[in-house]
Ligand binder design. Structure first.
Ligand code: COA
Ligand code: MG
Length: 329
């Protein structure tokens, strides 16, 4: 281990699915609160038309005070720092939103100073109203500037809990020639080599691999959670599952749901398989036994396990414990 230790910033939260609900559709709030999403995000940004921003902000402030959100994590996505909605969003949420709000999500973050500015507003407004619970910050990486400055952004604030990848805005920012929100692109392919007897095959590549990989790496290096963003075609469960499985393997803890039908899919994919959980428990038991006998590395079913296996196993067991508690709520 390096002498520099990575401190976990984020409180331990279950974050398999994050359901977005436009602030301008308050009739959906109770449904979101009653559903199975781990996290609900009430949106003030792109799902709300400019003419509805003030009404949406008032709806969200009421809902934070009045709706029973059960054991869910509740976040609100504010408008970007390039708008004059932004400071009013922060002040209204912190001063009037009650103690239930867990975190504020900042879209289109480009530099560490963007997060610093919101941290300052949240800190001043929290102190003014004597807020007891600390409000966390979440950042969406969805511009080329944000991806370029990602390490500084990930280190920008003690309030920061998670980084999220937004594919549609990212693609627009880089002028990628695609209109997909997540998922594949049939023209982004490699051809197999020419062969006299066989037709050449087209192998699809993953357009989103680099920014997602980079984001997970930066998040983990700074003790933050890494969350995959939206998959636009909510009628395509297979496409959603394939995207979610890739990002679960890369290290993401969860994914956004832009329609309630995507929540159960995300919960299933980001829950460690039962077999992994059983193996994790067996590893912890075997290592406890080995340590009692003064041994460092031992074999479990013919495979080496050591101190690194304990760390991997503990992550899985902590997550499964939270999932079991959540399903009891
Ligand atoms: N939260 C909670 N419930 C929702 C919901 C949401 N985001 N979206 C739909 N529902 C409910 C509907 O009210 C409906 O309930 P009912 O069966 O009791 O009538 C049911 O789920 C099925 O909804 P459906 O008719 O298929 O969807 P819709 O046409 O009303 O809305 C969207 C589709 C995509 C516009 C809507 O899901 C939505 O606004 N999603 C969030 C978009 C967003 O915030 N984007 C920003 C982040 S990328
Ligand atoms: Mg966006």
């Amino acid at each position: 281990m390096s002498f520099t230790l990575i401190e976990a910033h984020a409180p331990v939260r279950l974050y398999r699915s994050k359901l977005f609900v436009p602030g301008s559709r308050p009739s959906l709030f109770e449904k979101a609160a009653a559903g199975p999403a781990d996290v609900v995000c009430l949106d003030l940004e792109d799902a709300v038309a400019p003419s509805d921003k003030d009404a949406a902000r008032a709806n969200i402030v009421s809902a934070l005070n009045e709706v029973d959100w059960r054991g869910k994590t509740i976040t609100v996505r504010i408008n970007g720092l390039d708008t004059d909605f932004c400071y009013r969003d922060v002040i209204a949420l912190v001063e009037k939103g009650g103690e239930r709000l867990d975190a504020i999500m900042i879209p289109k973050v480009g530099t560490a100073a963007d997060v610093y500015a919101i941290d300052m507003l949240v800190t001043q407004a929290s102190s003014f109203v004597g807020r007891r619970k600390r409000i966390g910050l979440e950042v969406i990486i969805e511009t080329v500037l944000g991806l370029t400055n990602i390490d500084a952004i990930a280190a920008s604030s003690k309030r920061l809990e998670s980084l999220h990848f937004g594919s549609a805005d990212y693609a627009a920012s880089q002028r990628m020639r695609t209109t997909n929100i997540g998922g594949g692109n049939a023209d982004y392919v490699m051809l197999t080599d020419k062969h006299p007897a066989q037709p050449r095959e087209r192998h699809w590549n993953d357009l989103w691999h680099y920014p997602l990989f980079r984001m997970v790496q930066a998040a983990r290096a700074h003790g933050l959670m890494a969350i995959d963003g939206p998959f636009g075609d909510y009628g395509d469960a297979d496409g959603f599952n394939a995207q979610a499985m890739r990002t679960a393997i890369l290290g993401c803890e969860g994914k956004w749901a832009i329609h309630p039908s995507q929540v159960a899919l995300a919960n299933a994919i980001y829950t460690p398989p039962e077999k992994e959980f059983e193996r994790a428990e067996a590893i912890l038991a075997a290592m406890a036994d080995a340590q009692a006998k003064g041994l460092g590395a031992v074999a479990l079913n013919g495979v080496l396990i050591d101190a690194a296996s304990i760390r991997q196993a503990q992550t899985i067991v902590t997550q499964m414990t939270m999932i079991r508690e959540r399903t009891r709520i």
